[in-house]
Design a protein around this ligand. Structure first.
Ligand code: TXA
Ligand code: MG
Length: 317
């Protein structure tokens, strides 16, 4: 089994594996990532192969610091502001790629932009520093499945395909990074771990969502991403005996086959951290998961985005 506790020793071995072109799963503050050397096309292709991911979905490049990011992409003034405020941390900036960035074309799936972030998790930081290469990493789940928030989730989805699965415990945030296109007036491509309000506070303007178009600006935003096997019934205020219930807050309806409360006290941070683990656990309990309404403010925007995707028809998985 490639699953090992993250220690100085195993991180060093995993960094060697990355440099050799192998694929390594590691914890970040958001979810576990499946990493490869972003300059090595074969290694990046292996990520897509292991995930069963459509090729047109670009990957986030994880780097040690802002200086590394500047070597890969061009920072606008707004991008520099956001990086100063939120890096290291769960913010991904989509920027114009430099011609001499050395990144594999597969990383951006043929786009002339690149998504970059500087993670805050100490294991992710130690791994990137030891490897000394930019690390392309999507979430470490099979394409279309729920993102992994523990090393055990990664092992359940990917088995022994990664050379290492570094176990750093459950991730603190539990939701993926917020993705902002910062090449011009900033656009919110994917709601995530940093809330709209916090971003708008730093930018001093309101953040637009991209207009719907035939070619998705952020191709990962396929409607039915993040799907468990069970059907989801959103905004449930009652529950049937054969349904599992994903609850939120104090007023939980009775009678479900199984219940997990994301946050009995109604705390959206706690709910975000519990979301993907709860979906996995309830998926095994019933063929329908009823989901109580969750407020749309703060991290609620990202939580509701993931729930709507998980509930969407499965045609395009
Ligand atoms: O928290 C996270 O972001 C995690 C951890 C591992 O860092 N990673 C993650 O990666 O969620 P992934 O591949 O599951 O999602 C990446 C998102 C997708 O929606 C993708 O379309 C978008 O970022 N993205 C990446 N590069 C892009 C680019 N050049 N232009 C537009 N969107 C991009
Ligand atoms: Mg993902």
């Amino acid at each position: 089994m490639p699953l090992v506790p993250a220690t100085t020793e195993t991180i060093a071995r995993a960094a060697d594996a990355l440099r050799r072109g192998e694929v390594v799963a590691f914890p970040t503050e958001t979810v576990y990532g499946l990493g490869a050397d972003a300059r090595n096309g074969l290694a990046v292709a292996r990520i897509f192969e292991i995930k069963g991911r459509p090729r047109f979905n670009p990957l986030i490049v994880h780097v040690a610091d802002r200086a590394e990011a500047e070597r890969l992409a061009v920072f606008t003034e707004q991008a520099a502001r956001l990086a100063a405020a939120f890096w290291p941390g769960p913010l991904t900036l989509v920027l114009a790629k430099r011609a001499d960035c050395g990144l594999s074309e597969l990383v951006s799936a043929g786009l002339d932009s690149v998504g970059i972030r500087v993670p805050a998790h100490p294991v992710a930081r130690a791994l990137i520093a030891a490897a000394g290469v930019p690390v392309a990493a999507p979430s470490a789940n099979r394409s279309g499945h729920v993102s992994p928030t523990t090393a055990q989730h990664v092992a359940a989805d990917l088995g022994s395909a990664p050379a290492y699965i570094l176990d750093g415990g459950a991730t603190a945030v539990g939701l993926e990074s917020t993705v902002i296109d910062a090449r011009a007036d900033p656009l919110l491509l994917r709601p995530g771990a940093i809330s709209r309000a916090d971003l708008e506070g730093v930018l001093g303007t309101s953040l637009a969502r991209p207009r719907a178009s035939a070619v998705p600006a952020s191709p990962g935003q396929l409607a039915s991403h993040y799907a468990p096997r069970a059907a989801l019934r959103l905004d449930a205020t009652t529950v049937a005996a054969d349904e599992a219930l994903l609850a939120f807050g104090a007023n939980v309806p009775r009678g479900a086959a199984a219940v997990i409360n994301l946050s009995p006290s109604g705390d959206l941070r706690e709910a975000a951290a519990n979301l993907f683990g709860a979906l996995r656990a309830l998926d095994a309990k019933a063929s329908t998961i009823a989901v109580m309404p969750i407020p749309d403010d703060g991290l609620g925007e990202a939580i509701n985005d993931r729930l709507r995707r998980a509930a969407a028809p499965r045609g395009n998985r």
